[in-house]
Write a protein that binds this ligand. Structure first.
Ligand code: ZN
Length: 266
C-alpha cells in the first residue's frame, strides 16, 4: 500500500455516506487517481472546516493523503466551487451523477483521467449554466466509447468512405454504413439520418462549443436509444445511476424548471 502524502489533486464530489458517528465517507472523482473513497473525520460536526469541500456536486482543489488501497484522506482544500444549479435540480443531478459514475467506471482506480477530467468538468460547467443535459451526457458518452475500447467509426461509411448518402449505425461493423451498404447488416440500428448527423456533430465538439440547439424530442430520443444500445451491447455496463436516470426521464411531467427541491440524498 503506497501512500502519497500531501498529494495535490482536483476532484468532483460524487456522493457521501455516513461512516461512524461523526465521520463521512466521500467518493471523489479525481483528476490524478480516478474515483477514490475518502474518510473525512469529524465531517458531521457543525463547525467542520472542510464542509463546503465535501458537498455532492462540488469541484475543488484538494490536498490529501492518497492510499492506493483502502481509504484516502483530505487534509485541506484550496478553492471550492459548488455546481449550485445542478445540486438544486433533480434531473440535472441525475445526469451529473450518471456522468460521474460513467467516467469513473471507464478508469481503474489510481489511474489519471487526463483529458477526460477536463471533459467532465466542462460538461458539468455547461450543465450548471442550463445547457441541455441530455446532449451534454450524449457528448460525453460518445467520447468515452474510445476509453471503453469501442472507438466507433463515425466520420463516413466504414466500407466505402462515402458520406453523401443516408447513414445508419452498425454494431457489427463498429460504425456507420451508407445506404448502399445497409444490406451488409440486417441488424443495423435503423437510426434517423438526423440522429446520425447529431451523433457525428457531438463527436467533433467539446462541451464548451455546445450552444442552443433546436432538436425534436424524437431525434433526441433516437440518439439516446442508439447510445444505450451501444453501451449495453458493446460496453456492457449496468450502472445504477443510469437506471435511476432512465426512471427520472420517463416521468412525463418532470422538467428542470418545474423542480425546485432536491432530495436529501441525490
Ligand atoms: Zn458505403
Amino acid at each position: 500500500m503506497t501512500l502519497f502524502r500531501d498529494a495535490e489533486f482536483r476532484g468532483i464530489v460524487m456522493y457521501r455516506r455516513d461512516y461512524r458517528e461523526r465521520d463521512l465517507l466521500v467518493q471523489i472523482l479525481t483528476d490524478k487517481y480516478a474515483a477514490k473513497m475518502f474518510m473525512v473525520r469529524g465531517a458531521k460536526r457543525p463547525s467542520f472546516k472542510l464542509q463546503t469541500a465535501i458537498l455532492p456536486f462540488t469541484y475543488a482543489d484538494y490536498i490529501g493523503a492518497i492510499n492506493t488501497q483502502g481509504l484516502s484522506y483530505i487534509t485541506s482544500t484550496k478553492q471550492t466551487h459548488l455546481y449550485a444549479k445542478i445540486s438544486m435540480d433533480i434531473l440535472a443531478q441525475a445526469y451529473a451523477a450518471y456522468l460521474l459514475t460513467l467516467v469513473a467506471s471507464a478508469f481503474d482506480e489510481g489511474k489519471p483521467l487526463g483529458q477526460y477530467f477536463e471533459l467532465i468538468v466542462a460538461a458539468l460547467d455547461k450543465m450548471n449554466d442550463g445547457t441541455d443535459a441530455q446532449l451534454l451526457a450524449n457528448l460525453v458518452e460518445i467520447k468515452l466509447l474510445n476509453q471503453f475500447g469501442v472507438a466507433p467509426h463515425l466520420q463516413d461509411c466504414v466500407i466505402c468512405q462515402r458520406h453523401d448518402l443516408p447513414m445508419d449505425y452498425s454494431e457489427q461493423y463498429g460504425g456507420l454504413l451508407c445506404q448502399d451498404h445497409w444490406p451488409l447488416d440486417v441488424h443495423r440500428l435503423h437510426a434517423q439520418p438526423k440522429t446520425i448527423a447529431l451523433m457525428q456533430g457531438l463527436a467533433r465538439i467539446m462541451p464548451q462549443q455546445l450552444g442552443e440547439v433546436d432538436l425534436s424530442v424524437r431525434t433526441k430520443k433516437d440518439l439516446q436509444r442508439i447510445l444505450d444500445k451501444i453501451y449495453q451491447d458493446q460496453v456492457g455496463l449496468q450502472l445504477k445511476s443510469k437506471k435511476y436516470l432512465d426512471e427520472i426521464t420517463r416521468m412525463p411531467q418532470l422538467t428542470p424548471k418545474k423542480v425546485d427541491k432536491s432530495p436529501k440524498n441525490g
